[in-house]
Design a protein around this ligand. Sequence first.
Ligand code: AMP
Length: 328
Amino acid sequence: MSGKENSSPVCVEGQHAEVNSISDKSNSKSAAASSGEDNGWTLDDFDVGRPLGKGKFGNVFISREKKTKRIIALKVLFKSQLLSLGVSHQLKREIEIQYHLRHPNILTLYGYFHDDKRVFVMLDYASRGELFNVLQAQPGHKINEVIAARFVRQLANALKYCHSKGVIHRDIKPENLLLDGKLNLKLADFGWSVVADQSKRHTLCGTMDYLAPEMVSSQPHDFAVDIWAIGILLFEMLVGYAPFANQTGDKLIARIKECQIYIPSTVSDGAGSLIKAIIKKEPSERLPLADIMAHTWIQEKRLLEDAEVAVFLSTLSKSSSRHGSSNN
Ligand code: AMP
């Protein structure tokens, strides 16, 4: 399991204070519409309920839009904090990119608004919360292969859509994958994502456990870093920890660069063959997303999904759910 200690994203790209550029857009209808701002939203439009969680930069509350009764997750961020932490650039990127992505496996960002002190981001409510917490609650921090295959298929599907729009997510990890009440995966947190042009990117971005070899070697990177992360995620879901977990510093970097992965015998041959086809040092050799979705192991497990999802959901209902049992 990737502990939260290795899970803080690293990014060596310059950060600029751009909170005020968000504010400036409130004067421009067209700019606002294209960047996710629903002109005219205020806090008075919502009944704000219990907190769903606390992030690094703010809190998230379950909320109901008074007029439509739509349930959403409202993320509340303080401008002063965004400025002092130098993350306003990251938030701006997150809003602008995520607002334009509409896919069943991507968390919908409906829009944002702000007052003097705070920025409010309106998000799809994912009642089962983070995959990270779901994994933590399982014995051995791992899940059965049918559920893992479902999440890999849905994530590959979401990334295929992102990549077709030129978006590289660059921070795939269980903390950034939310689950709805029907156990559908929702890709979230586009704070480190980027719209790629033809050239390769050089910024070191992501979370240590999930960083691809070309990133830790400071080589240019492209869409293939997201594919690498799918392989790491699949390993973690089946084994209970990420393949390079419990390593730090130079040791971690050396192991990632050498692509040294030992797959335990508890992992089936089918799942192991998929992990090996994804975790390749050479980015161009990693199994393409369409082939991941079509992989025999994924397709075999898909036939068993309906029954397994029902069982898995019933175990989640018994064990926690800090997010309640809503079926959104
Ligand atoms: P974040 O600030 O995005 O890290 O979110 C903080 C916490 O709020 C996390 O633990 C999430 O589980 C929860 N959370 C964030 N967004 C949502 C959402 N759209 N639906 C349900 N819970 C959420």
